[in-house]
Each structure stands twice: as C-alpha cells, then as structure tokens.
Design a protein around this ligand. Sequence first.
Ligand code: G3P
Ligand code: CA
Length: 377
Amino acid sequence: MRTRLAALALSGLAVLSVTSVAAGPATAQDNDRTAGAAAAGAARGHDELVVVGHRGASGYRPEHTLASYELAARMGADYIEPDLVTTKDGVLVARHEPEIGGTTDVAQRPEFADRRTTKVLDGEEVTGWFAEDFTLAELKTLRAKERIPDLRPNNTIYDGRYQIPTLQEIIDLSRRLSWQLHRRIGIYPETKHPTYFREQGLPLEPALVRTLNRNGLNHRHAKVYVQSFEVSNLEQLEHELRVPLVQLIGGSGAPYDFVAKGDPRTYDDLVTRAGLAEIARYADGIGPDKNRVIPRDEDGNLGEPTNLVADAHRFRLQVHPYTFRAENAFLPANLRSSADPAAWGDIFAEYEAFRAAGIDGVFADHPDIAVAAREER
Ligand code: G3P
Ligand code: CA
C-alpha cells in the first residue's frame, strides 16, 4: 500500500485492521505526495471544507470558460475544476465531453458542418462534433454557450462571448488570480474518457504530466488534485505525479477501463472496504456521486448517510462528493422551494447535512453558496 498506511501509523489514527491489504514499503515519491495532501489539509484547517468551483462557477456563467473559472475564484473557491479533453494537435482544453455541440456554437458554423459525425464513446453512439477532430486554432474560433439554458436562462447573456480555454490558459489564470486575491487558487483537473482518447491515439496523460511539469506544478506543495472516473490511468499517473489523486465514483455503472478489459468490478465494488483499500494504494481521495454519501429515500427526500465517509477516512482517503447545485431540479424533494425546476431551493440545508456526514470537500456550481455555508458552520 502507498504511504497512507505509514501516515496512519504516524498519526496514531490506525484504527482499522488493514491486514487484508497488501502492504509494501513506501517510496520517497509516496511520502512526498501524501505529505502534500496532508499539507493541503493543514493549510485549510482540519475541518475546513474544500470548495471546488465545478466547471468554474457554472451556476453563473457558461461552464469551462475563463470567465466561469475567474468568477469561481473571486467567489472564494479554493480550486477551479477543468474537465480535460484534447484537440487534434494534442492540446488539452476544457470541455466536459469530447462532443462540443452542447456547449459551443459549432452547429451554427457552416465551415465545420462536415465535421459532424457519429462515434462510439464508452460503448454509446454519440453524434455531433468532437474536440479531437479540431485543431486548437479551429477550436479557438468557436464560442461557448450555456449547457442548460432552461434552468440557467440568465447565463445565456454570455453565450458567444468566451473561447474554449486551454489547460495552460487556466493555469495562467490561476496564477494571476492567486496574485490578485492574495491566496492560492488551486486547479483540480479531470481526465475525461481516458480510454476513449487513448484509442483515438491522443492519450491525455502525457500532455497533462508535461503541462504540470512545465509549470512547476508536479510537487507536493502544488495546489493541485488530479481526478478520473477511470482507474488504470490514475494507477499509472501515481508513478508520474506527486500531487494528490482522486478516484471519481459514479452513482452507478463501472469505470470504463474496467468495462473495456472485461474486469467485472463496478463502482459499487469500489466503495466496499476492500475497494477503498485498493483505491488507497494509488489515490488520496475519492470523489463520489453525492448520493453515495447521503442517498435519497423512496420519495426523493434526503435520506440517511451511508458509511462511505467513515470507511474512506479509515483509509486516509479524503471525500469530495459531486455535484452541489442550487436549482430545485437538482435538490432532494424535501429541500425544493417550489415546483419550478430553475428556482433555488434550500441548498444550505443540503450542505449542512453533508458536512454533518463528515465530507472534506464539495464540487459546487455555485461556489459562493458553498463558501457561505462553510463560513456559517
Ligand atoms: O469531477 C467531479 C465531477 O465533476 C464529476 O462529474 O460529470 O461533472 O465531470 P462531471
Ligand atoms: Ca468533472
């Protein structure tokens, strides 16, 4: 197991039998990275919630734009979260999925009409325009638009105003804002569909490692987390990165790399104690669908917490669930303010329940509310 067991022993918190976990000597790199995660925790205070601006401040601006990230930082987010895909020429850019028709004006660009195509993404047919079929120069001619205009109509006034940002531009922004705001703004990049991009001959990981190295961000004091819904790319990155890694855990289904190689394990298996022990060998935290922390009952109301947070903490895994959104459409039934899906409900009550469940951080579309909830407590 990675350093986390060494850290357990050192901290006097070794309260769980982990004899079933294959233990091995910690490497220097292991110690380096765990120290980094611990330092990040210490820096924010032991019970201080980490606020991640999910796709920036996507409740207020079209997601994954520099404007969205900047607003998140100015609202108090500790980290800004770019989801990463790649261009045809191998440049990492921020989009939630390879298909870019849902969040850009590409469909209105006649010069790109012939790029519309159908591909198989993680076993599903998807039709549209794909980031990896465009050079960076071509992508830069597009403009972002709001993904969910019915729920976030105010955001549509920004449609057509912002470019698709590169990871490098996001790092540059985080540096500028850190200087302006007198506090470090971290980045929390996610590798999107790693198996898919590898199959396209455009793997994300080498470019990510290169970019972090080039920017001096691959060390234990860097304010960086790297996350993935797949497992094997994190296992590989564990050997190349010193920053904390976070295993994302879907509400259902299985990591697509498992599916692709015929591994029958699912996300349900990853949240068992044995699964968490495995994750702790290569990662420093988990990012579960929030329903795995507090499921909803049969009426759609917020139910009772599971043991996931306690189990994860036994393996020194931080827990950063996703995604917290203020609109009724995303809230448990008992916290909605009305039948209007776009109106905001009692997200403060949701935050309170999740904080009581012991989580360490949140992915928030409205980072200002997450920060306000943190300050209230
Ligand atoms: O990365 C945490 C959360 O963002 C995962 O969900 O689909 O919004 O990337 P998604
Ligand atoms: Ca994400």
